[in-house]
Design a protein around this ligand. Structure first.
Ligand SMILES: NC(=O)c1ccc[n+]([C@@H]2O[C@H](COP(=O)([O-])OP(=O)(O)OC[C@H]3O[C@@H](n4cnc5c(N)ncnc54)[C@H](OP(=O)(O)O)[C@@H]3O)[C@@H](O)[C@H]2O)c1
Length: 257
């Protein structure tokens, strides 16, 4: 019960890494406010967290809207009276290069991957100061520390998340607010399957296609959302009490090569 008596906000917990983290935090005794735009999925995650014994409230929210961000923080304060942990997880992946990225894609990426991280942080920090401390974990990427091809808006945004993490860590270190980033490498989430990222046809199976496309990773496989959730748990818990301004890579060794 590493998060007993802690209240956590997890943005974008309707699927993938956010969902896995909500379930992990629930098992560790946290009270939760979880968010996302897809209400049906959010309600299902809320029910799963409650089944694990957690107090959990799903708030339908689009984090590109300031009013929705405020609603999420207000709900946490009304329901639980405090915010100990903010996991800024909501994000989108956009492909393209500098000369092929349309302006709306650039703007959409900045709005959720950068501005929402800043906005949610700015809304919880005054409360954390009042409480005498808190923890913010931002979801970056291995592309917060190295670049990747044909993913220009995404790489640009995750690079910014890395530096935002360090800047906030410095500014609030004396307020006992720790700010770190989890930087996952390629992690197999349902969205990849829904969007048909893997091309395969007989005799190649989906399993084979997944295995072949993960061959570039030193560990020879994609990450699992649950593995990322465990790393987020470490950063969110008191076990990392002297860690701030850190970008924790969980990438199967990808950036070591
Ligand atoms: N999977 C990977 O390989 C990988 C690697 C490195 C970093 N990451 C990062 O991990 C985070 C989670 O992604 P994922 O891989 O778990 O994919 P995912 O399953 O698509 O999760 C993305 C989450 O963000 C939410 N979201 C997106 N836009 C939102 C908005 N405007 N307002 C509120 N919620 C929003 C989605 O909820 P709704 O659609 O319901 O709004 C969803 O819950 C992202 O920041 C991503 O960049 C992922």
């Amino acid at each position: 019960m590493r998060l007993k008596e802690k209240t956590a906000i997890i943005t974008g917990a309707t699927s993938g890494i956010g969902k896995a983290t909500a379930l992990r935090f629930a098992e560790e005794g946290a009270s939760l406010v979880i968010t996302g735009r897809r209400a049906e999925l959010g309600k299902a995650v809320e029910a799963d967290c409650r089944q694990r014994g957690a107090h959990c409230v799903f708030v339908q929210a689009d984090h590109t809207k300031e009013s929705d961000c405020r609603k999420v923080v207000e709900t946490a304060l009304t329901e639980f009276g405090r915010v100990d942990i903010l996991f800024n997880n909501a994000g989108i992946v956009m492909k393209g290069m500098a000369d092929t990225t349309p302006e709306d894609v650039w703007n959409d990426t900045i709005a959720i991957n950068i501005t929402a991280v800043w906005r949610m942080s700015s809304l919880v920090i005054p409360q954390m100061k009042k409480q005498g401390g808190g923890v913010i974990v931002n979801n970056g990427s291995d592309w917060s520390v190295v670049a990747g091809r044909n993913a220009f808006p995404y790489v640009m945004s995750k690079g910014a998340v890395g530096m935002m993490t360090k800047a906030m860590a410095l500014d609030y270190a004396r307020e006992n607010i720790r700010v770190n980033a989890i930087c996952p490498g390629d992690t197999l989430v349902d969205r990849w399957l829904e969007k048909g990222y893997f091309e395969y046809s007989d005799p190649v199976t989906l399993g084979q296609a997944i295995q072949e496309s993960s061959a570039y990773i030193p560990m020879g496989r994609f990450g699992k959302p649950e593995e990322i959730a465990n790393a987020v748990l470490f950063l969110a818990s008191d076990e990392s009490s002297f860690v701030t301004g850190h970008l924790l890579l969980a990438d199967g060794g990808n950036t070591a090569q």
